[in-house]
Design a protein around this ligand. Structure first.
Ligand code: NAD
Length: 518
């Protein structure tokens, strides 16, 4: 690790605990440059790698904030969440979107969507406060009871690098509405726009309700997932890390919400209408963000009778993509965010080639791309591949897709389900009833018909993984329910109605005359 000089304008992602920790208090060995993946030279900012001590201090603040935050009604908390959304709108979201493009590589419309997600999600969940505050009455022979929701307590939110602001908000905001203070650990890869966002958001809330500790998974992440004071961990990231977190959380039986990896299949049925609209949707579903979306199309299965037609039309359409610097308006897809992901995707394609697959590289290099320096990969379409190569069986998270034929619906469903993943899937057909029948057989948290891309799952549509793609659901009220637990308060006024014989004789008291009263 090396310390890097930061320019006057370069933002820093510091561990901040109820105010910023001065840069000077972080040892230089724990400061890392965040570089632009479009050229790998430009230092966009500095991330401070938070220590276990920073986590400890953040948790102290969260524990202190917990009773006050929990004591408010959700309706009162919602007013503060709306103020936080207004503050985010006032504080130059466009500048944060530019910052995100520079640290992540994604194109501007995507950065705008990602950064804008924070205010949109705050307002959406603020609208669900009344549902949280509503209590359910119950009556029985013994008396009355009320069922209410109460917060879990201090919650850790651990964020991936691919959609940092949006995905952090999807975890953070339902937890806040439910009355939990939250400590957020951004990804060490893309911490800057998220930390700027949280700085503004936290200032609109009572002290200690939101704190941030950037850092590595092995240090800051482990400190959060093993600390007894943390009652719940909300995590979005890879399935491998999800398993580690589940094990770390077991000794203290923390509540877990895990949104993990996927290997999403798209099934193009014999009844599909292979027109421009279908092809455009399928290409966008595959290559948006260079395939670095949890529910990108990652495998395409096409009925054999339509295979050649689909491959030709799809490859031609993908050829229109322009790969370059995300800041350049002509760019349609940016670089891969990390060099390790770039190396991995290239290795997957090389392996496919070794197994006799046909590899077609399409699209073109944008004029401003620093091609040799950046993590740029052209879109790649792989056909005639065996079903058991890693490009088909694993999550590639890059702009490379295998297209494979099938003969029957049963075979297509078996191929779609033949994986430990189950995040999302899509079925493509001109026959809605046929598509629906196939969709219901797929083991995935979401199945889309005739689309499969960002926005296909809106904030009200429960989203999450089947099988090893996760535990629990994001979006909708279900996400708030999962950040809270039911409490039953029972007023027993007629204990005689409860089952079982009396064990104690009725009390006898001495009378004022000294004789026992009967
Ligand atoms: P990752 O698992 O490597 O890291 C995610 C976060 O976990 C980071 O903040 C990292 O520092 C932290 N972490 C790593 N090890 C940890 C540990 N031992 N304890 C605690 N925290 C730890 O994932 P990534 O590479 O940042 O993101 C890409 C992955 O995320 C892909 O698999 C993608 O499919 C998945 N993802 C899933 C969804 C979804 O909604 N299901 C959304 C986006 C991304």
């Amino acid at each position: 690790m090396t310390q890097t000089s930061t320019s006057a304008t370069a933002p820093t992602a510091l561990p901040y605990l109820d105010g910023d920790v001065p840069l000077g208090t972080i040892p230089s060995a724990d400061l890392l440059p965040v570089r632009n993946p479009a050229n790998r030279d430009e230092v966009v900012g500095t991330v401070a790698l938070g220590s276990a001590d920073h986590v400890d201090r953040a948790l102290d603040l969260a524990v202190a904030a917990a009773p006050g935050w929990a004591a408010l009604t959700a309706t009162a908390r919602a007013d503060l969440l709306r103020s936080a959304a207004d503050a985010l709108d006032r504080h130059d979201p466009a500048a944060r979107a530019v910052l995100l493009t520079r640290e992540h590589g994604k194109v501007r419309w995507e950065s705008t969507l990602d950064v804008g997600g924070a205010a949109a999600i705050l307002r959406y969940y603020a609208g669900l406060a009344a549902e949280f505050d509503a209590e359910v009455d119950h009556r029985n022979a013994a008396g009355t009871a009320r069922f209410r929701r109460r917060p879990l307590g201090v919650t850790a939110v651990i964020v991936p690098w691919n959609y940092p602001v949006y995905l952090a908000s999807l975890m953070l905001v339902p937890a806040l509405l439910a009355g939990n203070p939250v400590v957020v650990k951004p990804s060490e890869v893309t911490p800057l726009a998220l930390t700027e966002t949280l700085r503004i958001l936290a200032a609109a809330l009572p002290p200690g309700v939101v704190t941030v500790v950037p850092g590595t998974g092995s240090v800051a992440g482990t400190a959060l997932t093993t600390d007894r004071r943390v009652r719940a961990v909300l995590f979005t990231g890879s399935t491998a890390t999800g398993r580690t977190i589940m094990a770390a959380a077991a000794p203290t039986l923390k509540r877990l919400g895990l949104e993990l990896g996927g290997n999403d299949p798209a099934l193009v049925l014999e009844s599909a209408m292979i027109d421009d609209r279908l092809i455009d949707e399928l290409v966008r579903g595959t290559f948006t963000s260079s395939g670095q979306v949890c529910y990108s199309v990652k495998r395409i299965y096409v009925h054999r009778s339509r295979y050649a037609e689909l491959v030709t039309a799809y490859t031609e359409a993908a050829d229109a993509l322009v790969v370059g610097d995300g800041r350049d308006p002509e760019t349609t897809i940016g670089p891969l965010t990390t060099r390790s992901q770039y190396d991995r995707v290239r290795a997957l394609v090389a392996e496919a080639r070794r197994h006799g697959a046909r590899v077609r590289t399409v699209g073109r290099r944008g004029t401003t791309a620093h091609w040799e320096r950046g993590n740029f990969l052209l879109p790649t379409v792989v056909t005639d591949a065996p079903h058991d190569i890693a490009l088909v069986t694993e999550e590639q998270f890059g702009p490379t897709v295998p297209i494979l034929p099938f003969d029957t619906d049963d075979e297509a469903v078996a191929l779609a389900n033949g994986t430990d993943y189950g995040l999302a899937a899509s079925v493509w057909s001109a026959d809605a009833s046929h598509a629906d029948t196939v969709a219901r057989r797929i083991e995935a948290g979401s199945v889309f018909v005739n689309a499969h891309r960002l926005g296909a799952s809106d904030l009200a549509m429960p989203f999450g993984g089947a099988k090893q793609s996760g535990l629990g659901r994001r979006h909708g009220f279900v996400a708030v329910e999962e950040c809270s637990e039911l409490q039953t308060i029972a007023h027993v006024v007629n204990p005689a109605s409860l089952p079982g014989p009396t064990v104690a004789a009725p009390p006898t008291r001495p009378s004022p005359s000294g004789r026992k009263e009967q």
